[in-house]
Ligand binder design. Structure first.
Ligand code: HEM
Length: 399
């Protein structure tokens, strides 16, 4: 049942339409920010934090804004266990610190970057083979590259194929977003859990005997129980493929929409790192993250009661004009530092350096080196979808 929060100081966005937001959330985000930093949206029964200041304030106070989400158990059900992202410190920190060594910049450079570069070459050959009349950058390049990178990062065996990894990741993301409780989606996520667990049944004993550099191996090495290892591998599968996949397509789409900026990047005037960060800001793959208020508090002076479900609108915060000049404008030459596309605070994305290396150092430079004329094919339809998780599901390209 939708109930108005007791706080009277809070504006109500009774017009907020999550279905319309699936097509394009940004016009509604702009209206939400006009209403205030803290707004109640009855259609999602949530208090939404809309500005950069409000989201940052909440992220600095995990003692009030809990990630445990007692009232919102979709992630735990979708992944078949409670991962670090649905725990608070100190429990969360023990699991997070286990995976940090695998994902720190030095290890990315020495261990993972050469593999990411190889994966790009393999799937570029495939893209070229599909050809400029039929190619879909999402299907033929972004999804398989992101999947293979993740197979490597979690240390799964060579016989695991990219299509299985894509399917598992997509089903987990659907489950995490299954607030309408659709049985088909739970079934789909549970089937993925069974398949992934069968791989882990073989992998965990092997890694106990011979550890390697993978995320799974590091989770085991610090002595975490089996069910905790599994929950965090499922978590990594959900987030470690979907978002990088979306970032590859978002970047190519954004550069095709802005030919001058495309020339600046391809000509070397602007670095790929800068283009990457600006694209995460301007088209954030994760639009909203949930928190549950566990102690009466306030944000930007607005009181919020314990027990309130809150949504931190990362994508809206990233378009806040108080933080970024001409925030709605895509500008690869700007300094996008301070964007919240990877979150902030204790749960800030563990895979952000891996994603940046895989995409800004490996995938995109090589893609345009091989296909310098690559651009979106406007004869065929590009499809965007989602606002909590947002990305392109079909990106026809030609060259
Ligand atoms: C561009 C791509 C990516 C984006 C935009 C992204 C975004 C995010 C965001 C916003 C969060 C915070 C969620 C919250 O606080 O509720 C997060 C957490 C996380 N991400 Fe990413 N992510 C990306 C890539 C990756 C990759 C490649 C991996 C792993 C290989 C990964 C693993 C994780 C993990 C394990 C967490 C949970 C961290 C914790 O709870 O301490 N992410 N990500």
């Amino acid at each position: 049942m939708v109930s108005l929060p007791a706080q009277t100081a809070m504006p109500v966005a009774d017009w907020f339409d999550p279905h319309a937001a699936m097509r394009d959330p940004y016009p509604q985000f702009a209206r939400l920010r006009e209403l205030g930093p803290v707004v109640f949206a009855p259609s999602v029964n949530r208090v939404l934090l809309t500005t950069h200041a409000a989201v940052s304030e909440a992220e600095q106070h995990p003692e009030c804004f809990s990630s445990h989400s007692r009232q919102n158990p979709t992630m735990v059900r979708a992944l078949g266990g409670r991962p670090m992202l649905r725990k608070d410190d100190p429990e969360h920190a023990a699991e997070r610190s286990a995976i940090n060594p695998t994902l720190r910049p030095k290890t990315i450079k020495s261990v993972w970057s050469p593999k990411f570069a190889d994966n790009v070459l393999t799937w570029l050959d495939h893209l070229v083979e599909v050809g400029p009349d039929e190619a879909d950058l999402n299907r033929d390049f972004a999804a398989p590259v992101a999947s293979q990178n993740l197979i490597d990062l979690v240390g799964f065996p060579d016989d695991v194929d990219v299509e299985s990894m894509r399917r598992w990741s997509t089903s987990y993301i659907a489950g995490i977003g299954n607030i309408l409780d659709e049985p088909q989606i739970w079934k789909w996520a549970e089937e993925s859990q069974t398949e992934v667990d069968a791989i882990l049944d073989r992998l965990i004993p092997r890694l106990r005997k011979s550890p390697d550099a993978s995320i799974t191996s590091h989770l085991i090495e610090v002595g975490l129980p089996d069910n905790v290892v599994r929950a965090n591998v499922h978590l990594t599968i959900s987030g470690g493929m979907n978002e990088p996949q979306h970032m590859i397509t978002n970047l190519v789409w954004a550069l095709s929409e802005h030919p001058d900026q495309r020339s600046a990047v391809l000509g070397g005037e602007t670095g790929w790192d800068s283009a990457f960060e600006e694209t995460v800001r301007w088209q954030s793959p994760i639009g909203m993250i949930p928190r549950e208020v566990i102690a009466d508090t306030e944000v930007c002076g607005v009181p919020i009661e314990s027990g309130t479900d809150v949504g931190l609108l990362l994508a809206s915060a990233n378009r806040d004009a108080d933080m970024f000049t001409d925030a709605d404008v895509y500008d690869v030459s700007r300094n996008a530092r301070g964007h919240l596309g990877f979150g902030s605070g204790v749960h800030m994305c563990a895979g952000r350096w891996a994603a940046k290396n895989a995409i800004a150092s490996c995938a995109l430079p090589e893609l345009y080196r091989r296909l310098p004329e690559l651009t979106v094919d406007r004869e065929r339809e590009t499809r965007w979808n989602g606002w909590v998780f947002r990305g392109i599901s079909a990106l026809p390209v030609t060259w």
